[in-house]
Design a protein around this ligand. Structure first.
Ligand SMILES: *Cc1c(COP(=O)(O)O)cnc(C)c1O
Length: 394
C-alpha cells in the first residue's frame, strides 16, 4: 500500500531515545538500585564529562537552566547594585535569572539577521554600574566570542553565557560555555541535550566559582549543616544525570543531523526568498547547532520583498496540512506584562519587536527525515500558492 503522508510534529523526543532505550533503562536502574538519588555518583561523573565536552574544568549540576543562570551569576559575585546586559530577544528565563540575583537587568536589542544580541547597542548602554553581560547563544548560534571578549576587556565586564540552546556550539575556535567566567546550560527535554525532566548546569574553569555554586545549590552549605550564605535547594537529580550521561556521547552526531537538516532547508527554501521567506542567517558555519531553524515571514510594511501570506495565516495553513511550527518568541521580554515594572515600552527594541512578528520555527530535531523536510517545504509552497487557509481532510 502506498504510504499516506503523516503529519510532521514540531518536535518528537521519543525518536532519539528509541535506539538507546536499553542503555538509558540500565543507567536508571543502576541509580534505583544504588540508592544515591541526590548528589550521587552518576551526577559527579556527568558533571565532569559535560564540563570536559565544553572545554572547561568544572560542571555543577542544578535543577534547571533558570537556576543555572540565577545561581551562576550569584556565584560570579553579581547582585544588588550591579547592572547586567542581556538581549531583549531571548526566552524569559534569561531575564528571570538576572532578576533573581537582585541585579538590574539592562535589555539590549538584537541584530535583525541573526536575532543575537547587538554588541554595538550593548556598548551604548554601559554605565559605571555595568558588571556583566549575558550573551545568549540563541537558536544554537554563538555570539562572537572575539567581540564579546573585546567588549568585556574594554569595560571590565564579566561574561556569563546563556548557552541553554547551544550545547557544543562553536565559533572562532571557542566552544559555547568556555568564553567567560561561567556559563549556564539547560537540559530541558527539548534542548539539544535533554533530560527526562528538568535539569541544568553551570560550567566554569574557575574553581572558586564552582565551589561557591556547590554550596549555593545545597542551602548555602559548603559542608553539611554549616551555612555560610542563604543558598537554595537546586540540584540535578542523580537519575537525570544518569540519563544525560548516556546521551552525551551521541550529542555531536545529533547536532550534525540538525546541521544537515538545516542545510536541506536552506537549499529547498532558497527559491522562496523572492516571496519574502528569509531563513535566519548562519554566520558561524558548522559551529551552529540549530536548536531551532527559523524563517522570517517578511511583512509588507517592513520589506520590499514581503510574503503575500501573513505569518499567522501561514502557520494555520501549515497546521491544516499536518505540519506543526512554533514561534520563538511571540512577545519580546520587554513587552511581557510581568516585566512592565522595568519601564520599557513598545519601540525600545525595534529589531526584537520586528522579529517577534516575523519568525516562524520549522520542525528541527534528530530523527526528522529528508522526506519530512520535503513535506514541510511542500506544505509551505502550497500555503504560498493558496493564500486563503483551506480545510484539508486529515
Ligand atoms: C530553556 C532556556 C532557559 C531556561 O532553561 P530551563 O531549564 O527551562 O529553566 C534559559 N535560557 C534560554 C535561552 C533557554 O532556551
Amino acid at each position: 500500500m502506498h504510504s499516506v503522508p503523516t503529519t510532521v510534529p514540531f518536535v518528537d523526543l521519543k525518536l532519539q531515545h528509541q535506539p538507546i532505550e536499553q542503555k538509558i533503562a540500565q543507567a536508571m536502574m543502576a541509580v534505583i538500585t544504588g540508592g544515591d538519588y541526590v548528589l550521587g555518583q552518576a551526577l559527579t561523573e556527568f558533571e565532569s564529562a559535560f564540563a570536559a565536552a565544553c572545554g572547561v574544568d568544572y560542571g555543577v549540576g542544578v535543577a534547571c537552566g533558570t537556576d543555572a543562570i540565577a545561581l551562576g551569576l550569584q556565584a560570579c559575585g553579581i547582585g544588588e547594585g550591579d547592572e547586567v546586559l542581556l538581549p531583549a530577544n531571548t526566552f524569559v528565563a534569561t531575564l528571570i535569572g538576572v532578576l533573581r540575583t537582585g541585579a538590574k537587568p539592562v535589555l539590549v536589542d538584537c541584530e535583525a539577521n541573526t536575532g543575537l544580541i547587538d554588541l554595538i547597542a550593548a556598548e551604548r548602554v554601559i554605565t559605571p554600574q555595568t558588571r556583566a553581560i549575558v550573551p545568549v547563544h540563541l537558536y544554537g548560534q554563538m555570539v562572537s566570542p572575539a567581540r564579546l571578549i573585546d567588549l568585556a576587556d574594554t569595560y571590565d565586564l564579566i561574561i556569563f553565557e546563556d548557552a541553554a540552546q547551544a550545547h557544543l556550539a562553536e565559533r572562532e575556535g571557542y566552544r559555547a560555555g568556555s568564553i567567560g567566567a561561567a556559563a549556564a546550560f539547560s537540559f530541558y527535554p527539548s534542548k539539544n541535550l535533554g533530560a527526562m525532566g528538568d535539569g541544568g548546569m553551570v560550567v566554569t574553569r574557575d574553581e572558586a566559582i564552582a565551589q561557591r555554586l556547590k554550596s549555593l545549590r545545597n542551602y548555602g552549605a559548603p559542608k553539611k549543616y554549616y551555612h555560610t550564605e542563604i543558598g537554595t535547594n537546586s540540584r540535578l537529580d542523580t537519575i537525570q544525570a544518569a540519563v544525560l550521561g548516556v546521551k552525551l556521547p551521541y550529542l555531536a552526531q545529533w547536532n550534525q543531523q540538525r546541521f544537515e537538516i538545516a542545510e536541506q532547508y536552506n537549499i529547498l527554501l532558497s527559491p522562496f526568498k523572492s516571496q519574502g521567506l528569509l531563513p535566519m542567517q548562519n554566520q558561524v558555519g558548522a559551529g551552529h547547532v540549530y536548536h531551532l531553524y527559523i524563517v522570517r515571514v517578511m511583512m509588507e510594511t517592513r520589506s520590499s520583498k514581503f510574503c503575500p501570506v501573513a505569518r499567522q495565516v501561514l502557520q494555520e495553513n501549515l497546521q491544516a496540512q499536518g505540519v506543526e511550527t512554533g514561534i520563538h518568541y511571540p512577545i519580546p521580554c520587554h513587552l511581557q506584562p510581568a516585566f512592565k515594572f522595568l519601564g520599557y515600552r513598545m519601540g525600545d527594541f525595534p529589531h526584537a519587536e520586528q522579529l517577534s512578528e516575523e519568525m516562524l520555527s520549522l520542525p528541527m530535531y534528530p530523527g526528522l527525515t529528508e522526506a519530512q523536510v520535503n513535506r514541510v517545504v511542500g506544505a509551505l509552497s502550497n500555503a504560498l500558492a493558496a493564500p486563503i487557509p483551506v480545510k484539508l481532510s486529515a
